[in-house]
Design a protein around this ligand. Sequence first.
Ligand code: PAP
Length: 355
Amino acid sequence: MAALPSLCNSPPPMESQGKKGADPRPPSNFTDLISTLPLEEGWAPLRIRKYQGFWIPERVLQGIMDMQQNFKARPDDLFVLSYPKSGTTWLKALTYAIMTRTQYPLDHHPLLRQNPHEFVPIMGITYAKGEASELEAMSSPRILNTHLPYSLLPHAIKSLGCKLIYVCRDPKDVLVSRFHYNNRMRPQAMEPIPFTKAFEMFCEGNCPYGPIWEHVLEYWEESQRRPEKVLFLKYEEMLGDPPRIVKRLAEFMGCPFSPEEEKEGVVEEIIKLCSFDKMKSLEVNKTGKLRPDFVLTNDSFFRKGGAGDWRNHMSPEMARKLDRITEQKFEGSGLTLDAVDVEAAATNGDVQAQA
Ligand code: PAP
């Protein structure tokens, strides 16, 4: 296999990085400020607070404020960004597999033994745990993740011109995914959130990291201004043409596939390794947990996959209402969510994530 450019040569396998345990540096104390921010409790057990225009889960807010002030970006950092439940886990797996493809044979890849979130840490949670030193201990180039909107990213990420990859998804499927994920967080004694209530909160923008439309638009606009630094992807496009997206990702990351790699089927191997069915079938993703104190097991990241599950949850009126909000919010931006393609495919059954 041909030698790869630098970004792909020295991967950061998290399994061997940093030491576990608390960061000796105490997190900054922002609790007074946090208690004054507007609170939404409808997504219990999550509590979300409105901070700089977006609803951020209270449990990570202090970590996020700490991160905004103290995160030390490196010019070769790569960021995987998304509104939650938009395809983050898949994008993490793909970027990590692309970056490390010469270090590990794809049939013995670490992604077969560990969940993608272990290789691409969620920065806000790491800071909230007081473990920022783990990020500092990672070797370059790092792949890092946050659900923060563009306007709330630590300034250094922008001023250093780090590369950003954003994935968005049809808001209707995002809501359905969030609804199930949130209900799984609830202790058994708690009634599930009724879907109609989740729908209302989502439409109001009162949803973790919401409003979704402003979140998506901020990255969309930045990708139009700086296409060489900000890659904007759609989950439905990833489902529709994985080879094109995987090649596009590798080019953007600075490690395109060589003609030999393409001939050897490396692109297809990566797609297969990171596919929904493969990931869901792995023992670590059936029973494993990201951390012992995390409420959910890894299987909660692999529910159904694909596009169009909103049809099983929403009336046509609800779907039209949500689509209308999306159209109004995106009007004039040049962004569409390819609702037509998804519609067409969905008439033949849901668009399923590829095996
Ligand atoms: P996160 O924000 O908690 O990290 P995220 O990975 O963004 O979640 O989104 C989860 C969704 O991606 C789930 O959708 P669903 O609830 O509609 O099923 C999950 O099934 C889907 N997903 C996870 N991995 C893959 C994959 N490899 N291919 C396609 N979809 C995937």
